[in-house]
Ligand binder design. Sequence first.
Ligand code: MF3
Ligand code: CO
Ligand code: CO
Length: 256
Amino acid sequence: MTIDLKSPAELEKMRAVGRLAAEVLEMIGRYVAPGVSTGELDRICHRHIVEKQQAVPAPLNYKGFPKSVCTSVNHVVCHGIPNDRKILKNGDILNIDVTVIKDGYHGDTSKMFFVGAPAEHARRLVQVTRECLLKGIEAARPGKHLGDIGHVIQQHGEANHYAIVREYCGHGIGRGFHEDPQVLHYGEPGTGIELLPGMTFTIEPMLNAGTRHTRLSAKDGWTVTTRDRRLSAQWEHTIAIGEDGCEVLTLRDEER
Ligand code: MF3
Ligand code: CO
Ligand code: CO
């Protein structure tokens, strides 16, 4: 495992691309509504990234992924493939996961959207999952360890009777889409590598309403669902460890 520490010049590029990825999520919100297909949302994001941002959607053709963003609805945990036949309906919860490449660097971020008015239990899963991401970000500062991040996420998720998905994790990011280290969303305080200024990685907890177990679609090789078909939620940011805390590189205006 080799963890690449980014120079100030590289961090400037990571900030720029992080802002672009965040901006895609800000832009797409007004299109999420009952009756819209995930394929249509993908096309809107693709056009925005390629034409407006003059950037590259990292998922497209990544290890054979066929679309420009991931769209994961309800019991889909992650890596859902946008599809013109998948029409959003009132009450759905949707994750859109955007990764942009600009000037050689990646920015990776996702958020949950409500389609119409989801049930209270669904909103609560989405809210607690967001709190897990924010707690993970608070734990990310120099001198702390990767296990501290996983621990606070696991604690908060499980205290709310949700299960943490273990098969997928956050990751280092930079010139590469997925660099070292792996950022687990569970763990013990003080374990794992020590966090150092210049590290850039994602935190992207996935929480399930039922059991933690997932299934990978044999049909498309990408779509990950909950085994029990109960709901799952995910939020993701790309962060940089600084001298005193961390910087969220994919912060949206609504979060400021
Ligand atoms: N954006 C996802 C992540 O957070 C990875 C998607 S890979 C893809 O790491 F091929 F499905 F796009
Ligand atoms: Co990621
Ligand atoms: Co992502």
